[in-house]
Design a protein around this ligand. Structure first.
Ligand code: APR
Ligand code: PHB
Length: 391
C-alpha cells in the first residue's frame, strides 16, 4: 500500500494534520495504537490561544468550540493573601478560550468519521523504516497480521512515549530536559467554578490552580510531591487542602462535590532537536513537552501542524522544498519561547523543596514586581495569549 503521508498517532496533532492535508487533497493514513473510546475519554487541559482557535476554524472543526467555549479577557494570580488580575485583553489585545482538549479530540474524530479518513486504530508494534530513502515505510501489526505501508513522508505525532522520536539516530538528535521536583494532582467536578477567571495560586503549602470546563464543571490542580500516590487523596482531603491554599474569600465561596476524575501528572520541560530526520517530521508532544503552568501544550502542537501542513502542501502543489527544509527551525523558534514562558510561570508560582531562603525572597520580589509593573504584566499577558504566529 502506498500513501502520500503516513501519520503516527491520532491525538490532536495527528488528527489535525490529517484533516488539513485531506482538505488539500493529500492522502493520509493515521496509525493509532489505542481504541477510539480510549482517546475520547482522556481528560487533559483546556486553554486555547486565539491563534489555535483561528486555525481550527480555518479547517472547519471549530463550530462546537465557538458555541460552547468560555472567553476569558483576564487571568488572576494569588499570593500572600493578595490577588492580582492580569488584563489580557487590555495589555495584549487578545483573550483566551476555555474548551477542553477532550472536546477537540472528539470534534476531530467526528470530522474524520464524516470524511472517511483512513485511521487505523489498535495498530500495534508500529516501526519506521528507510527514513532517508525517497520512499520510507511503516510497519504495524493488527489482528495478528503484519502490514507494511510505503509513503512519501512520515509525520511523528505519537507523543512523548511514541516510536517516532526513537527512530531518529542518537547521533543526530539532541534533547534538552528539566524534570520538576513535584507533580500536579488534578480533580474534575460538576461544581460551579470558584471564580469566573482562572486563578494561579502561589502558597507556602504549594501551588494551586482553579480552572474550569464550563460554568457548571470545574477543574482544580494542587502541587504535590513527585512521588505522590493518588490512593492517598480522598476528595475530602483534596478540597480541604485546596481551601487552605486559596485566598480566604475564594475558599469561603468554594463549592465542593464528588470528583468525576482525579489524576496525578508529572511536570517536565523537554525539547528534541531537530524536528526532522530525512522524510520523518516530528510534531507536538513527540518533539516537545511543556509543564502545564503556561497552558502551551496543545497550542504548540497546533502551531507545529500549521507549519508542517503548509510545508507539505507547498511540496505537493509546487515541488517547493524550502518550507520542509525550514520546518524544524521555524517550529523550534516558537517552541523555545513557549518553553521559556512555561518554565518561568512554573518558577514563579510553585514552591521548590530545595529552594534557598534567598530564592524564596527573590520569588516573592518577582511577584511583588509583577503586582506593581504594567510592563511586567504585559510580558506575562502577551506570552499567555500566544505570541504571533510567523507566516
Ligand atoms: N504507535 C501508534 N500510536 C502511538 C504510539 C505508537 N507506538 N505511541 C503513541 N501513540 C499514540 C497515543 O496513543 C496518542 O493517542 O499517539 C498519540 C499521541 O497523542 P498526544 O499524546 O495527545 O500528543 P499530541 O497529539 O502531540 O498532542 C499534544 O496533547 O497531551 C497533550 O499537553 C499535550 O496538549 C498537548 C497535546
Ligand atoms: C486546564 O484548564 O486544565 C488548564 C488551564 C490552564 C493551565 C493548565 C491547565 O495552565
Amino acid at each position: 500500500m502506498h500513501i502520500q503521508v503516513a501519520i503516527i498517532g491520532a491525538g490532536p496533532a495527528g488528527l489535525l494534520l490529517a484533516r488539513v492535508l485531506e482538505l488539500a487533497g493529500i492522502e493520509t493514513a493515521v496509525l493509532e495504537r489505542r481504541t477510539p473510546d480510549y482517546l475520547r475519554q482522556r481528560i487533559r487541559a483546556g486553554l486555547l490561544e486565539q491563534g489555535t482557535v483561528d486555525f481550527l476554524s480555518e479547517v472547519g472543526v471549530a463550530a462546537r468550540l465557538k458555541r460552547e467555549r468560555l472567553i476569558h479577557q483576564g487571568v488572576k494570580l494569588a499570593f500572600g493573601g493578595k490577588r492580582v488580575r492580569i488584563d489580557l485583553e487590555g495589555l495584549a489585545g487578545r483573550a483566551v478560550s476555555i474548551y477542553g482538549q477532550a472536546e477537540i479530540q472528539k470534534d476531530l474524530m467526528d470530522a474524520h468519521a464524516g470524511a472517511g479518513t483512513t485511521i487505523i486504530y489498535e495498530a500495534q508494534d508500529v516501526s519506521l523504516h528507510g527514513l532517508t530513502d525517497s520512499t520510507p515505510r511503516v510497519r504495524y501489526r493488527q489482528n495478528g497480521l503484519t502490514h507494511e505501508m510505503a509513503c512519501d513522508f512520515i509525520a511523528g505525532c505519537d507523543g512523548f512515549h511514541g516510536v517516532s522520536r526513537q527512530a531518529i539516530p542518537q547521533e543526530v538528535i539532541s534533547t534538552y530536559e528539566r524534570v520538576y521536583p513535584f507533580a500536579w494532582l488534578g480533580l474534575l467536578s460538576d461544581t460551579r467554578p470558584v471564580n469566573d477567571e482562572l486563578i494561579y495560586v502561589n502558597h507556602e503549602r504549594g501551588f494551586a490552580l482553579c480552572t474550569m470546563r464550563s460554568r457548571t464543571r470545574s477543574r482544580y490542580y494542587l502541587q504535590v510531591s513527585a512521588h505522590e500516590d493518588i490512593e492517598d487523596w480522598s476528595d475530602d482531603r483534596f478540597w480541604t487542602e485546596l481551601k487552605r491554599r486559596l485566598p480566604r474569600d475564594a475558599a469561603r465561596g468554594l463549592e465542593t462535590g464528588p470528583s468525576i476524575e482525579k489524576s496525578i501528572a508529572p511536570l517536565r520541560s523537554f525539547v528534541a532537536e531537530p524536528l526532522r530526520y530525512g522524510r520523518l517530521f516530528l510534531a507536538g508532544d513527540a518533539a516537545h513537552i511543556v509543564p502545564p503552568t503556561g497552558a502551551k501544550g496543545l497550542n504548540l502542537a497546533v502551531a507545529d501542524v500549521r507549519y508542517l501542513s503548509r510545508a507539505l502542501i507547498a511540496y505537493y502543489r509546487s515541488g517547493r522544498t524550502d518550507l520542509t527544509d525550514a520546518y524544524s527551525e521555524t517550529c523550534l523558534a516558537r517552541v523555545w519561547k513557549a518553553q521559556r514562558f512555561s518554565w518561568w510561570m512554573t518558577n514563579l508560582t510553585h514552591r521548590f523543596p530545595e529552594a534557598s531562603p534567598f530564592e524564596r525572597r527573590a520569588q516573592a520580589a518577582e511577584l511583588a514586581y509583577l503586582e506593581g509593573s504594567r510592563a511586567a504584566q504585559t510580558v506575562l499577558a502577551e506570552n499567555y495569549v500566544g505570541l504571533p504566529l510567523s507566516e
